[in-house]
Design a protein around this ligand. Sequence first.
Ligand code: PGA
Length: 249
Amino acid sequence: MKQMIFAANWKMNHSPSDASAFMREFLAHFGKHQDRTVIFFPPALTFGAVVNALKDRPDIQLGVQNIYWEDRGAFTGENSASIARSSGAKYVLVGHSERRHVFGETEEETGKKVAAATRAGLTPIVCVGETLAQREAGETEGVVLRQLRAALANVSSADAANVLVAYEPVWAIGTGKTATPADATTVHRAIGAELRKRLDSGSSAVPILYGGSVNRGNAAELLAAPEVDGLLVGGASLDAGGWASIVLT
Ligand code: PGA
């Protein structure tokens, strides 16, 4: 059975007490399921409350939304991969479009973050995606594959086999516009082909998630698209009942 991945990116939403209330409701809806992996990405200061709320549910995973690439030192405001790992995170988002476009994160920096995550034993979810202007200029594949190559530039092919990728068209994030399942499949196929060139031939396939205005109305058709191994969801992951219904799609 195909293992589907459902990742909830809360962005800068939910205080520790909101998160505890969310988890009480979510866990009441969501029992253990072997065919799906659920991962929450709470804000850093809410992370501990989620760890606490999930202490009896080791089947549910946790990740951080960002890390800095150095292992330690005088970097006020930042968190390292090893701090994230020792706090209970298993995953980290790298190269999310808001990091790239709001905070000016460069492709070179995504490469350093993937390497730092890998050193610390965190699994990076490498986010890639084109802007509307790039899509209209026919540059989608070129942009996405360049972002992917840069993100994987500093890791071995064995470590590259342990990442996850999320295709998130920038024009679809938080806008209510989604790629069609066929559009997603086209880009996921290109990503998969690039990964096969980069990985050792014996490696198992890297899961590729789709993200961008996913909601309970479109989750099923996106999940049914060939080459889509899961969903990375922002806005529609903030409501416990709504998120449970997406995860149970
Ligand atoms: P959205 O965000 O679901 O609100 O579009 C997705 C994301 O940014 O990961």
